[in-house]
Design a protein around this ligand. Structure first.
Ligand code: UDP
Ligand code: MG
Length: 320
């Protein structure tokens, strides 16, 4: 290796992963990195406000070698801002982002690099199955990608993950983006550039629990379309959704009960009742659409505040 070798940065967002970190780093990631001969490697840990022993573990690595860098965020900002922080500090000619939980196989890193050497500016890991999750998550995930596509992110391939390699030119463009409510993969797809994909099997976590639960995922989905949720508005949206669904079902019930089956229950619901059901349905729709426009407004509000996306704790950060 010479000093002239270009650097490849590996960015790892970390939130309470003490249980998996040693195994992931020592058994999986570092052995793979050792095999890379033509590049200098820097490993950037972004400690996203961990409250377990993660920070301690990471600090130990930074003391062992200067190739390990630690960005310590002042609190938990979420995976997306953590990734953005890592991309900002990464100096490499290419940056690889990977989760700390071992679900994304580091063995594929050489393949990512190979595609990059052959001209790809973005190489994205696409997971080849949706198992491990229940029906709701599976459907939710499909719906998420369907909506992303419908909303203009035409190029987002379903199953694409944040296990990816990004060329310096793309990283520089990404760092210029200023929006707060971000889904890294959506933004990177939006940027364009020459993108290639690598399929991989999404493993189980080495240990620990995913920090994303159903409600977090749901919020993430909403965030990527509109914004941070402002609870009262969202509640009205939910009420609207419930009213719409219930009155819709009631409408179906009337049609089937009264008109198809000939009123076997003997309810004799007249036109006024049917009209009331129909109007309730419309009120539900109005509530939903109001909540959606309110979300857009709150998004504008958040952007207008112009707060930074994350705060780095300089004292706790190492080797930067
Ligand atoms: N993560 C983070 N901040 C958070 C939540 C998660 O930096 O607020 C990190 C986490 O430590 C892991 C990666 O993001 O390295 C993916 O998180 P997780 O495994 O919980 O999510 P999933 O696998 O469901 O995408
Ligand atoms: Mg995970």
């Amino acid at each position: 290796m010479s000093i002239l070798d270009p650097t490849i940065s590996i960015v790892i967002p970390i939130h309470n992963e003490a249980e998996v970190l040693p195994e992931f780093l020592d058994k999986k990631l570092l052995p793979e990195i050792e095999k890379i001969k033509n590049y200098k490697i820097e490993v950037i840990f972004v400690d996203d406000g961990s409250t377990d022993k993660s920070a301690e573990i990471l600090e130990n690595y930074t003391e062992k070698s200067r190739k390990f860098k630690l960005i310590s965020l002042s609190r938990n900002f979420g995976k997306e801002p953590a990734l953005s922080a890592g991309l900002k500090y990464a100096k490499g000619a290419a940056v690889i982002t990977i989760d700390a939980d071992g679900q994304q196989p580091p063995e594929l890193i050489p393949k990512f690099i190979e595609k990059w050497e052959n001209g790809a500016e973005i190489v994205t890991g696409v997971r080849d199955r949706f198992t491990k999750h229940g029906f709701v998550q599976k459907t939710g995930s499909k719906l998420f990608y369907w909506m992303l596509r419908k909303m203009g992110n035409k190029h987002t391939v379903p199953g694409s993950t944040d296990f990816r390699l990004i060329d310096r030119t793309v990283v520089d463009e990404f760092n210029k983006l200023s929006e707060h409510n971000r889904i890294t993969r959506g933004l990177i797809d939006w940027l364009g550039f020459k993108q290639e994909y690598i399929k991989y099997t999404y493993g189980a976590r080495l240990a620990g629990k995913p920090s994303y639960n159903m409600s977090k995922l749901f919020h993430l989905a909403i965030d990527s379309f509109v914004s941070m949720s402002t609870t009262p508005l969202v509640i009205f949206g939910y009420i609207g959704a419930i009213i719409t669904v219930l009155s819709f079902l009631l409408g179906i019930f009337v049609i089937v009960q009264q008109y198809i089956l000939g009123d076997p229950l003997g309810l004799y619901w007249n036109g006024a009742v049917q009209m009331a059901i129909f109007i309730t349905f419309l009120v539900g729709l109005v509530l939903i659409s109001q909540a959606i426009s309110a979300l857009y407004i709150s998004h504008i509000h958040a952007e207008a505040q112009g707060r930074p996306l994350y705060i780095v704790d300089k004292k706790k950060s190492k080797n930067l």
